[in-house]
Design a protein around this ligand. Structure first.
Ligand code: BGC
Length: 749
């Protein structure tokens, strides 16, 4: 009886569902936005007309399954909740078979048969794991990043998932914070390019296509700036700083068509983001025109009690919904209190209906009302997962993500015939290569770097040397012995991967345990040392970089990371990465980022006392943003401008000739920075405004051009309007953010 009612209902609704509407989609005008964004879905209206209050509230509830738990456990019985219509969305449940099983309950055993939405943290791959996101961003290759998200979407969608909690768009200049590993680094311009690429990769141009999944822009907003780098801690910054340096990547993802946004755990200006109407309604919906739904972070609503802005869960739930937070992840407050809150007028029916409409619209855009099981195909799951093609994509991105920080005497690449000593506590770990938030990734799909090197090199000896965390030098002697007689020592050090990601803040950014001592001991043998680093944050490696002859920053490089590192070490591939985050000389320099301002007393005179400087350390970083070496060298000609000035509606072109001056083919990331010399408010010393990856043969030159438009000069002016100001600008083009040569142009109003 129930089932036939459902079928008739859905059929009736679908009959009226084909037409194109016109009232949706204000957000951005990205050409790659999914075709079905502009449709209106009469089924949503039909449902809203017949849904009871309880059924509406149920659509705003998201619970985790018991398969994988990514936060505190607060309730059992999610299957009963689905059956009773109390829960319309599930996360941490996947596989075609299991999602079908749960979907059948929602579709066949609830009155209206509204399909479930299945979400999961598909962060840097689903089963085929790509490098961690900080590594991915170091590729400066939006096309390949988009491809990685497409691969992740295909695998996730084949396992029954509709929705990923990615991209993470939190700008971060705080290496103590473990979640710096999940973002695209310190810069809003690069971060925006990465965010948009990931949304395009996940969502494609047709969300109904069962190979695509909905993206979730997180964590909105400014979660990456917790005081002292302690996770979940207070965030406070000026509205101007927020808008200029933190919001652009979220906006880029929204403009690219992201269907959902996750509110962050932190407070901002005294209000938890979870119930921050300025962020969730003012900026996100009213200014940016976002028309998808907002989900809280895990127990974010409940946590407003701890923040001290809500007396209890009821109060928190009402505040959150009224502020624009549509879906409750895991707090249970909407489920318990919203019905009554609507009945007694503390939440309006309109507010509730709008939130439900947004959730149902995303389900409709995914095509779930037409076929709730379209993502549950076991054949597709078997065919799409961990394919050779996916593995190659992961290996290529891993190669492009690794950053060569030092290579004295061109010690790299190594000769395959050489005798190599592989040393270090992370050399024989396959597990750490996957990083955190590894989705459905499995250790058995990957290999250790030791295994991969053993396959490449003529002769390999191995010694662990020490533990990654614990003190103890008992293994040093064996390591030294292994190194003697070798042509090179490859020393693989870093942090255990569990030291990155959520709830993984540190007060030191040095290598843990006695790894530095081990490196000193190996360097003392006189054998050339190649240091390979596995870590998820900028580390203070001042000492280690001095001890080693070559340093390769490999992050946590994913399923194919071992092969990628071995191919890089032996020259089958070249390190393609450039830092997306500044590496400080020590923690005392933090926060250190390339877009610093000049100050009233810039440090210019070497011995001056009253200038902005440290007594005990240089101002410059160890490695600047944008930095990375290759196995060849490049030279830059002087930038030529098409004109010395331009004005509103105009543009100018900057052209620079880049030459490969070395003897191997190589890839350069050509970077363009601008400086606004005088503004109504202070301006950064440099702002990245363009970049391009180019591969050149030995001796080859290429002209690289960048177009500068008024949009590249715009900023939040004194009166908090966004736009340009007339005046002089400097334009820098080079291989990293420390480039000093510039040409000038003027912008005329
Ligand atoms: C994290 C989010 C994640 C969510 C669901 C939270 O603890 O902050 O990034 O998406 O859990 O797993």
């Amino acid at each position: 009886m129930k089932k036939s009612f459902l079928c008739i209902f859905v059929l009736l609704a679908l009959v009226s569902c084909g037409g194109k509407g016109s009232d949706k989609c204000q957000a951005g005008d990205d050409p790659a936005r999914a075709a079905n964004f502009d449709r209106s879905y009469p089924i949503v209206d039909s449902l809203l007309r017949v849904m009871t209050l309880e059924e509406k509230v149920g659509q705003l509830v998201l619970y985790t399954s018991d398969w994988d738990v990514t936060g505190p456990s607060i309730r059992d019985g999610y299957v009963d909740d689905i059956r009773a219509g109390r829960c319309g969305n599930i996360f941490n449940a996947y596989t075609a078979a299991y999602t079908r099983q749960l979907q059948e309950i929602a579709v066949n055993e609830t009155r209206l048969g509204i399909p479930l939405l299945f979400g999961y943290d598909v962060i840097h791959g689903f089963r085929t794991i790509f490098p961690i996101n900080l590594g991915i961003s170091a590729s400066w290759d939006p096309a390949l990043i988009e491809e990685s998200a497409r691969v992740a979407a295909r695998e996730a969608a084949a396992a029954g998932l509709h929705w990923t909690y990615s991209p993470m768009c939190d700008i971060c200049v705080e290496p103590r914070w473990g979640r710096i590993s999940e973002g695209a680094g310190e810069d809003a311009f690069l971060g925006s390019a990465v965010a948009a690429a990931m949304v395009h990769g996940y969502q494609g141009t047709d969300l109904e296509n069962p190979l695509t999944i909905a993206a979730c822009v997180k964590h909105f907003a400014a979660y990456g700036a917790p005081h002292a780098g302690r996770d979940y801690n207070t965030v406070d910054m000026s509205e101007r700083w927020l808008r200029e340096f933190y919001l652009p990547p979220y906006k880029a993802a929204v403009d690219a068509g992201a269907q959902t946004v996750m509110a962050s755990f932190n407070e901002l200006d005294g209000t938890p983001a979870t119930a921050n109407a300025h962020l969730l309604t003012g900026i996100l919906r009213n200014e940016w025109g976002f028309d998808g739904f907002v989900v809280s972070d895990y127990t974010g609503i409940m946590e407003m009690i701890n923040h001290g802005t809500s007396a209890d869960l009821e109060d928190a739930s009402i505040q959150a919904l009224n502020a624009g937070n549509d879906m409750d992840m895991q707090s249970g407050g909407y489920s318990e209190f919203l019905k009554k809150a609507v009945e007694d007028g503390r939440v309006s029916r309109k507010t509730l209906d709008e939130a439900v409409r947004r959730v149902l619209t995303v389900k409709a855009r995914l095509g779930l009302f037409e076929d709730p099981y379209k993502y549950c195909s076991e054949e597709r799951e078997a065919a799409e997962t961990l394919t050779q093609e996916n593995r190659i994509a992961a290996r290529t991105l891993a190669e492009e993500s690794c950053v060569l920080l030092k290579n004295d005497f061109n010690i790299l690449p190594l000769d395959k015939r050489s005798r190599v000593a592989v040393i270090g506590p992370l050399a024989n770990s396959a597990d750490d290569l996957l990083g955190t938030w590894r989705g459905a990734g499995r250790v058995e799909d990957t290999r250790s770097i030791l295994d991969a090197i053993t396959e490449c090199a003529g002769q390999v000896v191995y010694a662990q040397g020490c533990d990654v965390e614990k003190a103890g030098q008992a293994g040093f002697r064996q390591a030294e012995n292994a190194v003697r007689g070798a042509h090179a020592a490859v020393v693989i050090l870093g942090e255990p991967c569990s030291w990155s990601g959520e709830a993984a803040s540190r007060t030191s950014i040095k290598l843990p345990g006695e790894q530095t001592e081990l490196l000193r001991c190996i360097a003392g043998t006189g054998v050339p040392v190649v240091l390979v680093l596995l870590n998820g944050r900028p580390l203070d490696i001042s000492e280690e970089a001095a001890l080693a002859d070559a340093v390769l920053e490999a992050w946590y490089p994913g399923t194919m990371g071992a092969e990628a590192v071995a191919r890089l070490l032996f020259g089958d591939a070249e390190p393609g990465g450039r830092l997306s985050v500044t590496f400080p000389r020590n923690l005392g320099q933090v926060p250190i980022y390339y877009y610093a301002k000049n100050t009233g007393r810039p440090y210019v005179h070497p011995d001056a006392k009253y200038e902005s400087r440290y007594l005990d350390c240089e101002n410059t970083p160890l490695f600047p943003f944008g930095y990375g070496l290759t196995y060849t060298t490049f030279s830059y000609g002087k930038a030529e401008l098409s004109s010395g000035s331009f004005g509103p509606g105009g543009s100018l072109t900057a052209k620079v000739t880049v030459t490969n001056t070395g003897s191997r083919e190589g890839t350069e990331v050509v970077q363009l920075y601008l400086r606004d010399m005088v503004g109504s408010v202070t301006r950064p010393l440099k702002m990245l405004r363009g970049f391009e990856r180019i591969t050149l043969a030995p001796g080859e030159s290429r002209d690289v051009t960048f177009e500068i438009t008024p949009g590249d000069l715009a900023f939040w002016r004194k009166d908090m309007t966004f736009g340009c100001e007339a005046g002089e600008f400097r334009l820098f083009v080079g291989g990293n953010s420390s480039v000093e040569e510039y040409v000038t142009f003027t912008y005329n109003e």
